[in-house]
Design a protein around this ligand. Structure first.
Ligand code: 5GP
Length: 216
């Protein structure tokens, strides 16, 4: 129902270890109307990460070329690596009515909101810092030093949650995904989503002779 039947852009942010990835995967398996934006990043893949699934792992040189050529909607550096959102696939999907999910950090989210006005942003929170620490330590792919850096980065990110439209606590994955879907579904009935329909009804009303029809 959005103007020109364009797709919608959803931003999902939250600190590392809050369960964003699992939530995102579950959402994408439930919702075939949503495509995931594949970020180009310069950190090496973690064990089990498949290139092209969530990230394209590229060299610093290639990333800087993309940046120079204006191919990125936004980018940021995180713990010494570049992370960026390629512009073209998003423009293509949105223009043909597909909804797109960006899983990006708070700085990236800020930049996207500056460029694109029509964005729904959702922040995923851990139930507590204690739980976040346990999740990050339990992951065992990162060194103790990196876990501390991620915790500090988490505090910085959580203090930006006020910039988001919705905040969802991930205490239980199924509940968190249900809540995320509820937000996405409710968004279809926001005034912004229904604006075109409301205007069409009003436009149609102008062309009717209501008094002659005795309807009012
Ligand atoms: P990780 O290395 O743990 O996969 O991701 C680190 C952070 O980078 C996460 O907060 C994640 O949301 C963010 N991130 C992933 N892709 C992008 C992107 O394309 N742009 C920005 N700005 N952040 C991203």
């Amino acid at each position: 129902m959005r103007e020109n039947n364009k797709g919608r852009l959803f931003i999902l942010s939250g600190p590392s270890g809050c369960g964003k990835d699992t939530i995102m995967r579950e959402l994408l398996s439930r919702r075939k109307d949503i495509c995931l934006s594949i970020s180009s990043i310069t950190r090496p893949p973690r064990p089990g990460e498949i290139p092209g699934e969530k990230y394209d792992f590229i060299s610093k040189e290639k990333f800087e070329n993309m940046l120079l050529n204006g191919e990125l909607l936004e980018y940021n550096t995180y713990l010494g690596n570049y992370y960026g959102t390629p512009k073209k696939p998003i423009e293509r999907w949105i223009s043909c009515g597909r909804n797109v999910l960006l899983e990006i950090d708070v700085n990236g989210a800020r930049k996207v909101r500056e460029t694109m006005s029509d964005v729904l942003s959702i922040f995923i929170m851990p139930p507590s810092m204690q739980v976040l620490r346990e999740r990050l330590t339990g992951r065992s792919t990162d060194s103790a030093e990196l876990v501390e850096k991620r915790l500090q980065a988490a505090i910085d990110e959580i203090s930006c949650a006020n910039e988001y439209d919705y905040v969802i606590v991930n205490d239980n994955i199924t509940e968190a995904v249900n809540n995320l879907e509820a937000v996405i579904n409710a968004d279809r009935f926001s005034y912004k989503s229904m604006e075109k329909f409301v205007k069409e009804v009003l436009e149609n009303a102008k062309s009717c002779d209501w008094q002659a029809a005795g309807s009012i």
